[in-house]
Design a protein around this ligand. Structure first.
Ligand SMILES: [Zn+2]
Ligand SMILES: [Zn+2]
Length: 793
């Protein structure tokens, strides 16, 4: 064994006379590539006078260090504790080696092994150091919109393949200038091996073109980005609508305080009511527009830079058309230098506007546009001007949306900044692909201990979205080297996601009931085993009895479920039309509660043509073009319509949101409801809300305030949920309740329900990293299929 005298500057350490030298082999797994991990390891080893080396492998990072035992221990401690912000360490595996007497520490070339997979980092918002580079007139990157470093910038959106190096990204055709190349090669530099590293001399450039202009071959030659952005700010100031190529796709922007511009954007985008998201220049400006909780603050400032939904300050200078009838607003901070520069050219300069509308650059229901030529064609009727650039987008990723509840971030749409971050499910998994739901589609791959969810694909209702699904699935399978041995899909035979699954060459297939998938998804992200009570409330899910389920109480494990209770079936008149026209559900619920001959005169039907009313009434009477449903979403539609809040809607959930917004906080009291045994052959309880509907109609007739009725309706539903769970517990003794489904995005309902359940001593589990809506279905499908395979099924 070799001995050496410690070289530590610390006097206490320096008094150590002589120590043995040890050598350790360390494998680090997780997101450790493309996040500045090797330079961090290099600097850490240098600071502790350790020798050895570090290199990327196809499954993570491998390190060997040699030196005194105390220094090596310190190294191991700091390796996890001080890792770079973007790194996510999933495991550190240490083994003992013989010492070799090395004197230096070095970074070696990457080594790959077939079949291994490394976790790819999501895109990250611009770090403070890069934003100061961009805002500093003396810096060579002053005003350069594509500035990034190992701590920030594009990742997933520019990757074609693995291993993650420049040649497998859309930066491949930009050759670094000598200065950038020197940064890239220097382990002490913030841009060491920053694959998208670029500067005004060698990197991508911008172009600003009016609508209708042909794109020439030298479009990007000799352009000055500062001038372009100055011009862009002036256009926004004039109320123009700009299509801006960003990180994961095009966004449409206009001045959020300009009522006419926002109204024009709505009209041109054919989007009458769905809220627009805002990009706000800085955190102080967000505080002046919204009521920001500490949870919201953490989400806003995180490098993931999601859209955070928060209560809006009613006095904020924002156009009403941003989120009509909604007292919340979705806000994000700038996440690329280009976005920062839309507000001002330096951190020290005043911005021309506090907030810009930033909404997806797409035609309704189609995927977000990613290429320059597609933008010029497809967004021609929406945008006046286009900010284009020549760094291609390899992976389309929309902005993510989150909301905070009980101090924790709850993801509503999981895309940029979150994907492809893998969820560690804490158990070994087979390689499976789950095709997800029809609306808000995502798919999910499992491998190792990981579930890898795709970004938000959208509503699988047109060819373009289906193509996006297929492309992304092929890309992700290659990226993570997944060869699925089985697939999972929704039980609904008509879903496009089901048809895509059935067209696949994978022979082992599992059809999973929609609400079971919701509950399994919630179980998986909370690492739950065994059986739980699952309350799955949403708009639509195919039931094995051929009815449309959506107000479901299950006793579920990962492998199976039994239905224990559901909202009483009512007829859904006219399929999709009933979703678009909530008054139809109001009529259905009224007939169910009061009988056909006793329909009260309600103002909510005043705007409906008598012939329409008669037609739907006849449909309900004769059960023509109707299907039975227990949907909670349709129940909310019905009550919102009864209260005259929403007789027609243009996006899913609009009526339910109106009802949530109307509910007066801190209102007590509720309506009566009944729990009844179902058919004699089953032990299924029926949640009968006919008395609730009668109570609501009486309150409307008595002229009670809508805010109070809406609140009491929410309270009724929460009380019914808690009561049903208590009855299930009497039989089965279960204390754990999972709440899932899009209806629980309603925070008034979620809060009341969680409070009621906890008061009855239930342990309540909610979603956080995965959406409660159908965006979380694919995870549930994947874990159910895995469990069935695991059980030998
Ligand atoms: Zn940076
Ligand atoms: Zn350069």
């Amino acid at each position: 064994m070799r001995w050496f005298r410690s070289r530590f500057p610390d006097p206490a350490m320096a008094t150590l006379p002589i120590a043995p030298v040890v050598r350790r082999l360390i494998h680090v797994k997780g997101i450790v590539q493309g996040v500045g991990f090797r330079p961090f390891v290099y600097a850490l080893a240098q600071s502790l006078s350790l020798s050895g080396h570090v290199f990327n492998t196809s499954s993570g990072v491998t390190i060997e260090v040699e030196g005194g035992p105390a220094a090596v221990d310190l190294f191991l401690g700091k390796l996890s504790a001080d890792a770079p912000d973007l790194a996510e360490i999933a495991g550190v595996y240490v083994s003992i080696l013989d010492s070799r007497g090395e004197v230096a520490f070095s970074i070696l070339p990457s080594k790959g092994r077939p079949g291994d997979y490394a976790l790819v980092s999501p895109d990250a918002g611009t770090c403070d150091a890069c934003w100061s580079d961009v805002g500093d007139p003396l810096n060579r990157r002053f005003g350069y919109p594509f500035t990034n470093c190992t701590h920030c910038g594009p990742r997933y959106s520019i990757i074609h393949g693995v291993p993650y190096d420049r040649t497998s990204t859309t930066m491949a055709h930009f050759t670094m200038c000598p200065q950038c190349a020197a940064e890239y090669a220097d382990p002490a530099d913030r841009r060491f091996h920053a694959q998208p590293n670029a500067c005004p001399v060698c990197g991508p450039s911008l172009a600003l073109v009016p609508r209708g202009e042909a794109l020439g071959p030298d479009l990007f030659a000799g352009r000055n980005s500062l001038e372009i952005l100055h011009q862009a700010r002036a256009l926004l100031h004039q109320g123009k609508i700009l299509a801006i190529k960003g990180l994961g796709g095009f966004l449409l922007a206009c001045d959020a305080s300009n009522q006419a511009a926002v109204a024009e954007m709505r009209w041109r985008k054919q989007r009458p009511a769905k809220p627009f998201a805002l990009m706000v220049r800085d955190y102080a400006a967000v505080q002046s527009l919204c009521q920001v909780s500490s949870g919201d603050e953490a989400s806003l400032l995180h490098l993931r830079r999601p859209i955070v939904v928060m209560p809006r300050d009613p006095t904020a200078p924002l156009a009403d058309a941003i989120a009509p009838g909604n007292n919340t607003v979705g806000v994000m901070l700038p996440y690329t230098p280009l976005h920062y520069l839309l507000f001002s050219d330096s951190p020290d300069h005043a911005s021309e506007f506090p907030a810009l509308v930033m909404t997806s650059g797409n035609l309704s229901e189609e995927p977000i546009v990613v290429s320059n030529s597609a933008a010029m064609q497809q967004l021609h009727s929406v945008a006046d001007w286009f900010i284009l650039h020549n760094r291609d987008i390899a992976m389309r990723v929309d902005d993510s949306v989150v909301r905070s509840f009980e101090g924790r971030e709850r993801v509503l749409r999981r895309s940029r900044g979150y994907v492809p971050h893998a969820l560690d499910l804490g158990r070994p998994l087979s390689q499976i692909v789950a095709f997800g739901a029809e609306l808000k589609n995502t798919f999910c791959l499992t491998k190792g201990r990981h579930a890898i969810l795709s970004q938000h694909i959208g509503d699988l209702q047109n060819f373009e979205t289906e193509e996006f699904f297929q492309e992304t699935l092929a890309r992700m399978k290659a990226l993570f080297r997944v060869e699925p041995c089985a697939l999972a899909h929704d039980l609904h035979p008509e879903y496009r996601s089901t048809r895509l699954a059935l067209a696949s060459s994978i022979e082992r297939r599992f059809a999973i009931q929609h609400h079971h998938a919701h509950i399994a998804s919630c179980m998986a992200e909370n690492h739950l085993d065994g059986e739980v009570i699952g309350v799955a409330f949403d708009g639509t899910g195919y039931g094995p009895d051929g009815c449309i389920w959506g107000g479901e109480f299950l006793v579920a494990s990962l492998a199976q479920f039994s239905r224990r209770a559901h909202l009483r079936y009512v007829p859904l008149p006219g399929g999709d039309a009933a979703v678009r026209q909530p008054w139809r559900m109001a009529l259905s619920y009224l007939r169910d509660a009061l009988g056909s001959g006793n329909l009260p005169q309600l103002r909510c039907f005043d705007s409906i043509a008598p012939s329409q009313l008669e037609l739907v009434d006849a449909m309900l009477a004769k059960r023509i073009q109707t299907v039975e449903t227990s949907s909670a979403g349709r129940l909310f539609d019905a009550v919102a319509a009864l209260l005259n809040l929403s007789s027609e809607v243009t996006f899913e959930g609009q009526a339910a949101i109106a009802l949530e917004m109307a509910a007066a906080p801190h209102t007590s009291g509720r309506y009566p409801f009944d729990l009844q045994p179902g058919a004699s052959s089953s032990h299924i309880m029926i949640v009968d809300l006919r008395a609730t509907i009668v109570g609501i109609v009486q309150d409307i007739a008595a002229g009670r305030p809508v805010a109070e009725i809406a609140a009491r309706f929410h309270n009724t539903l929460s009380a019914a949920i808690a009561e049903v769970c208590s009855r299930i517990r009497i039989g089965d003794g279960m204390r754990r309740v999972c709440l899932s489904g899009g209806t629980f995005q309603n925070l008034y309902l979620l809060h009341r329900t969680a409070v009621e359940l906890r008061r009855r001593d239930f342990k309540v589990f909610l979603h956080a990293s995965v959406p409660a809506n159908d965006g979380g279905i694919s995870l549930g499908q994947a874990v159910i299929a895995n469990q069935i395979l695991h059980n030998g099924g």
